[in-house]
Design a protein around this ligand. Structure first.
Ligand code: AN7
Length: 361
């Protein structure tokens, strides 16, 4: 880590910061954008809604270089692909993986092919993938179908798969758990996390368990996974053939890490729950308008879920909600689902503006 007073001013990226916990060697060409070291922010307005001395913090992973937690996994996956001599990578994506794969692959001098579900990727993510220089292929199908295709492609063509079925992705993503323990001095009592393909919940658990074995923390958290009601296979126990939710990032009906996620839930004595789109949007607005934290809808599922099961939180517990992506990723949803404070077409006069402000009544 940096040699400054805070130890953070020269943050070198998560591979350097956690090198001894990661499968890299001196000959691994590290492709980094200084990802990781994201803020853990207290959320008093959410804590107040729970009461009973419960402390709530959010891990704002939307502040990673491409705006989502995917960068943690991608710095590892791309560095290892480069080490192996790959010239091209491929992924299926609901958006964030495509943006992150594109940025890291291009920085590493590789081509990036991304398959996305046509019409279901938030605007900011598509903009990123295109500008970073990915070759974007929109298919007339959903994420699960796209993942099936890229898995086949990667076994038949010289392209490296960088979805979370690539084990290096989870290795990188587990560092978020390390950061939580490094900040809090122990693991939280509860970790609330949105779940799509279930890679991230698996990675966090790996991180907590490794730190626990290393005696860096005394306890392990209860892992609470939240899915959107229209895409909640881990809650219902059945594949969802036509997943639907406003939280397009987690519009996934057949999670790749299904068995691993069930194992995490059981080992941590946690639970999978679903939240409706209305509940997601309410938490999304609450985070922004009362905490000043703008995340994307899928990320708000962790807070929506916490509020839904708030009566189950132990008194005095420390709860961390993972905010996986930045709100700027999805400007359309923000504009459509704000609180109607947007008044347009106002005459450019002081009195018209005062009237619009409600000051002339
Ligand atoms: C903001 O980008 O699957 O349970 O292709 O973008 O590890 O899948 C994104 C997933 C949560 C779910 N929050 O994480 C993709 C993709 C945000 C996300 C998830 C995603 P996993």
């Amino acid at each position: 880590m940096g040699n400054t007073a805070s130890g953070h001013l020269n943050w070198p990226g998560l591979i350097e910061a956690y090198r001894s916990y990661l499968p890299v060697s001196d000959s691994t060409p590290v492709v980094t954008l200084q990802e990781g070291n994201t803020p853990l922010i207290p959320a008093p307005a959410i804590a107040k809604r729970i009461g009973r001395g419960v402390r709530v913090l959010v891990k704002y992973d939307g502040l990673n270089p491409t705006g989502s937690f995917k960068d943690r996994g991608m710095t590892m996956a791309i560095s290892k692909a480069k080490e192996a001599g790959a010239k091209a990578v491929i992924c299926a994506s609901t958006g964030n993986t495509s943006a992150s794969a594109a940025a890291y692959a291009r920085r590493g001098g590789m081509r990036a092919f991304v398959l996305i579900p046509d019409g279901y990727v938030a605007l900011g993510k598509l903009a990123q993938a295109l500008l970073y220089g990915a070759e974007v292929l929109a298919i007339q199908g959903n994420f699960d179908q796209a993942l099936g295709i890229v898995r086949e492609m990667a076994s038949n063509y010289p392209v490296t798969l960088v979805n979370s079925v690539n084990p290096y992705r989870l290795e990188g993503q587990k560092t978020a758990a390390f950061e939580l323990v490094d900040s809090l001095g122990d693991a939280p009592d509860w970790l609330c996390i949105p779940v799509g393909n279930a890679g991230n919940i698996t990675a966090y658990w790996m991180g907590f368990c490794q730190y626990h074995q290393d005696r860096k923390c005394d306890r392990l958290p209860v892992m609470m996974g939240f899915q959107a009601a229209g895409a909640s296979p881990l809650v219902t126990g059945e594949v969802v053939t036509h997943p639907e939710t406003i939280a397009t990032a987690i519009r996934i009906g057949n999670p790749a890490s299904w068995e691993k996620a069930i194992a995490v839930q059981q080992a941590s004595q946690g639970k999978f729950n679903s939240v409706t789109d209305a509940e997601i949007l309410e938490a999304y607005r609450l985070l922004a308008s009362e905490e000043g934290i703008f995340c994307e809808p899928a990320s708000a599922a962790s807070v929506a879920g916490l509020l839904k099961v708030k009566d189950q939180v132990p008194t005095g517990a420390t709860v961390v909600c993972v905010l996986t992506g930045n709100g700027l990723k999805d400007p359309d949803t923000a504009i459509q689902h704000s609180n109607n404070q947007f008044k347009q077409g106002i005459e450019p006069t002081i009195s018209a503006v005062a009237t619009a402000m409600g000051l002339n009544e």
